[in-house]
Design a protein around this ligand. Sequence first.
Ligand code: CP
Ligand code: NVA
Length: 308
Amino acid sequence: MVRHFLRDDDLTPDEQTAVLDLADEYKADRLAAKPLAGPKSIAVIFEKNSTRTRLSFEVGIAQLGGNPVIIDGRSMQLGREETIEDTSRILSGYVDAVVWRTFAQKRIDAMAAVSRVPVINALTDEFHPCQVLADLQTIRRVHGKLAGLTVTYLGDGANNMSHSMLLGGVTAGMHVRIAAPELFQPLPWVLDDARKRAVETGGSIQVIEDPREAVDGSDVLVTDTWTSMGQENDGRDRTRPFRPYQLNADLVAATGVKTTVLHCLPAHRGQEITDEVLDGPDSAVWDEAENRLHAQKALLVWLLEQSR
Ligand code: CP
Ligand code: NVA
């Protein structure tokens, strides 16, 4: 059976642990084998901008002995009239896996529905599961565990990072809090799915409007841009409602505990996060960015192994 990674809960809790364990092996440089030698070709397609995702996939695939085929989706026939399904059938004849950054989740669902090779979500409007795998690897390395920790995400609760932190966090057995203004709270169906997964793992979810109450006792604080790619002209005020949620020294102190700060980057310094926090002693953001490389190598190798 072909396995895809379209959203965080596509991995069971045990599978997520297996991928994170493999990611740590790659980080420690303990695996010399080149499982993509041959080479296997992996299409990595972008319909939105990218620095980290593009570079980490390209470098990671090459390190595994594979052939990364990086494509600007806007220059493909996909950008004119060719359907997603027809594109997917064509890709399955050429490559061994497809990594895609696109807009609506239903687009990547359509790609996966007819794909004969694994499809990996490199960010959609709804989810960013590769990022959260790297985040979990980072948190586990700092705290030595995931289950039972409290992570609070601050800012746009309706965006891809918030949703992926909900699904990925509860899969790891974490207590996930979302601190967001009333009009920017997570989509109800994502909350429902996260709640169901939390019952299996002993994790939990909470949506809390008051940022100080939300961060109290949090082992990890996460934030992200207030304006995601594609939302630049959506006519909503994406500054004022978010100001109380800025990740600054005052909110870090309000945790009352030693906390770890994450941001998927790119950061908008002085908006969702201050320089003092991003560059400060609690920040793990540079290691988090590096871990994209290790987590994605592990994910690719694991998915291809499962799909044989
Ligand atoms: N965090 C992340 O996905 O970064 P890029 O948009 O640069 O790929
Ligand atoms: N929420 C952000 C994440 C960028 C990596 C966006 O979608 O633009």
